[in-house]
Ligand binder design. Sequence first.
Ligand code: SAH
Length: 464
Amino acid sequence: MQHFPIFMSVAGRRIVVAGGGDAAVAKLRLLLKTEARLNVFSTHPAPEIESWANDHRMTLYRRDLAPGDTLCAALFYGANEDAAEDARTAAIARADGALVNIVDNLQDSQFITPAIVDRDPVTVAIGTEGAAPVLARAIKADLEEKLPSTLGTLARIGKAFRKMADVLPMGRARRDFWAEYYFHAGPHAVTTGGENDVKDSLQTLLKKHLTAAETPGHVAFVGAGPGDPELLTLKARKALDAADVVIHDRLVTPDILELARREATVIDVGKQGFGPAMAQDKINQLIVAHALDGAQVVRLKGGDPTVFGRLDEEIAALEDAGIGWHIVPGITAASASVAAMGQSLTQRGRNSAVRLLTGHDMKGFADHDWQTLARSGEVAAIYMGKKSARFIQGRLIMHGADRVTPVTVIENASRPDQRCLATTLETMAQDLSDASITGPALLVYGLAPRAAQAALSSLKQELA
Ligand code: SAH
């Protein structure tokens, strides 16, 4: 960065412009936006300059600049459109101690004037160090479009209200107040009413945020269900509506995240593709930090938060920090999967119990009571079982399980791309790898999809 951007106070200070042609007029147009005292030196001033001088908006000297004319000036612009005159006047200004800019001569200039987007008091300055004026213009055009013309009004009224808003505690409470003002309440009031409405909206908003500021941070562990947004509970929706911060894992679908409050900060702690997921203790710290900052946090987990969700580690971190929490249950993948199969999880006379198993745990492939599971009529929902399918298959067969025990693999249960693969214990590992499953998948051991059940029992009879 050869040029360091700063905003310099020029109120009441002198800015001197040498020249009276188009270049001088263009610079003066900009400088007229400031509260500086403008002095122009030109023997042939353009009519605009004459009229500005007549209106006392600047002082016009109908002569060439001479030594001493730039004494105590903050800035000097050489806009003579004549290289020799620019050099002569710039030397005088430099000797008088003013900062010098020569129009269209970057090399001999001590500062440059950026492209400006003006929503006073909000000012955006864009500079490319002379490298790409086209780019600067494009960025300016883009911002001109993006920043509402009312922004200046909002900022001016907001600035006058700053002291009043200081009654809000520092940090989140104040940030939230101002964010709501600038992005929602303010623009709304300015378009429907006028400046007075904007002032009223600030008062109303402050009352609302003062009440909110008294609410301590809290964490809701919310079950997002298997993916279909319509399978969210009403409580989950309410929690999402009220959340300041939503911290979610990989299983939560974009459709569900859409339901979060627009102003909420949404954090993905289960990113895949851009590197490994965030470590659990980092996630714990993140949740605690936001809650301590006073946020209403929704920790959104796929399915039900109490099923293979590492919930207890997060609760322990909150308890240590003295933060309040509660659980909003969700529909777990097992429920969504058997629903897709047209089956019950339990059935009188068939299976009076069902197990929720994980394919792998912290130590690798998870061990279970294979002996019991191998008995006929057992039903188990195996989570995270894709990679361990061959291991599970081997263990169960080794313990005497029937090789044609039905196994149903449900991928993306409840989502538009849901797939249902009916297989058996004997073929499940091969079928799984042939099916090249990429989404989350649940193995339902001991149950076939209802339509396939009749065919399967006749096959069993043939084999018997
Ligand atoms: N708490 C979640 C489970 C988290 S463990 C729940 O209650 O559902 C992650 C595993 O859940 C995945 O490996 C997969 O086995 C299963 N799973 C989650 N969502 C699923 C879905 N929509 N379809 C099939 N299996 C799913």
